[in-house]
Design a protein around this ligand. Structure first.
Ligand code: G3P
Ligand code: CA
Length: 225
């Protein structure tokens, strides 16, 4: 069972900050998960919402901000919103990184950055898993970087169970805990897909997921797994 640190280890440190990713590594995760947007000035930054309001002392849309504006914000406990490069450098291949494409137009710059880390810094395909609820953005990424694993995020139960993920050429189906069932898990496995469930924090849910035979859990408290 893969222990995946959700937005780092957001149960302990401000989500999607370097402090949170350091904490996740210290807790012995098998993978870290993060969310990305592109700024007005072109940089890839790690933040969950399309606005900065909930997680920082600022206001407004992430995509409307310049790098200088983003860096002036406090993301909690004095932490800054990190760039994707900064998180890559911190993780430094210790565990694979699950990059969730949140913002529109993230597929291209993420594919480019992954390409650079592979060709210039000795990283490999296995250091990455790219996911999204936006399956059109995910398909764009897959077309640009066919050798990098992708995970198809979904809330709810599609008519064809995991068929859509297989059609996307995904490595994993990433379903919500709320909608999981034995039939759904078995269908994904029959199609050769891993099943990585979000967001699983409670001990009884962790036990239930183990009984269903899923392959990994995203957790705010990855040490509970
Ligand atoms: O990738 C799993 C999970 O992070 C998806 O939901 O809203 O936490 O990004 P969310
Ligand atoms: Ca996410």
């Amino acid at each position: 069972m893969l222990k995946i640190g959700h937005r780092g280890a957001m149960g302990y440190e401000p989500e999607n900050t370097l402090a949170s990713f350091k904490k996740a590594l210290n807790l012995g995760v098998d993978m870290v998960e993060l969310d990305v947007y592109v700024l007005k000035t072109g940089e890839l930054v790690v933040i969950h919402d399309d606005r900065v309001d909930r997680t920082t002392n600022g206001q407004g849309y992430v995509a409307d901000k310049t790098f200088a504006e983003i860096r002036s914000l406090d993301a909690g406990k004095g932490e800054k919103i990190p760039t994707l490069n900064e998180v890559f450098n911190l993780i430094d291949r210790k565990v694979p990184i699950n990059i969730e494409l949140k913002g529109a137009g993230t597929a291209g710059p993420v594919a480019k950055l992954i390409g650079e880390y592979i060709s210039e810094h000795g990283w490999t395909n296995d250091d990455f898993l790219v996911s999204s609820f936006n399956h059109r953005e995910l398909k764009k990424f897959k077309d640009l970087k066919p050798t990098i694993r992708i995970g198809a995020l979904i809330t709810g139960i599609p008519i064809g169970y995991a068929e859509f993920a297989q059609k996307l050429g995904a490595y994993s189906l990433n379903p919500s805990l709320e909608f999981i069932s034995q039939e759904y898990v078995d269908d994904a496995h029959k199609r050769g897909l891993k099943v990585l469930v979000y967001t699983v924090n409670e001990k009884d849910d962790i036990k239930k997921m183990m009984e269903l035979g899923v392959d990994g859990l995203f957790s705010n408290y990855p040490d509970r797994i």
